[in-house]
Design a protein around this ligand. Sequence first.
Ligand code: AMP
Length: 175
Amino acid sequence: MDEERIEQIKSLIRDVPDFPKPGILFKDISPILADPSGFNVCLDLLAEHYDGKPLDTIVGIESRGFIFGAALAARMRKSFVPVRKPGKLPAETFAIEYELEYGTDSVEIHVDALKPGDRVLVLDDLLATGGTAAATGQLVRKAGAELIGAAFVIELAFLSGSNRLDVPVFSLVKY
Ligand code: AMP
């Protein structure tokens, strides 16, 4: 049953108040990873959802998106491409800057990481305001690939981040 598996994942998310700054309730996924069944259940649910859908590449967002994204890509026999914070990728990159509550941030991808026509799923641990995932989607398109969806282990639905994404959003646990 999906509901039982989702409850299991929910029970493995730890709330850490006031991290990284006062007023933020941080959703810590470390207990999911520490639980051998919990991590596999996440991958099972994601793989089942995307099984049979047209998909070539999973783009994971630094850094917790790498953990779930790389494991899902290996499980589904898809390629994996990292999107990183500025200055981390060694070869030539495309960058997209996006607004934060205070100031701006940016994400980067290698210019040759995706090919035109590649069908891409963006994956991260958590969708909050959607700024990071929306910028990553723009990067995917800038690299010439086709964005087919965005997936998250956790969605903070009260922040309406999915409204900033113009592709189907799939998340395992919603708050
Ligand atoms: P956003 O761009 O606002 O959707 O923020 C998404 C990114 O910030 C993701 O990479 C998350 O890992 C991280 N993030 C934002 N809010 C939280 C939170 N409450 N708990 C854990 N991670 C968060």
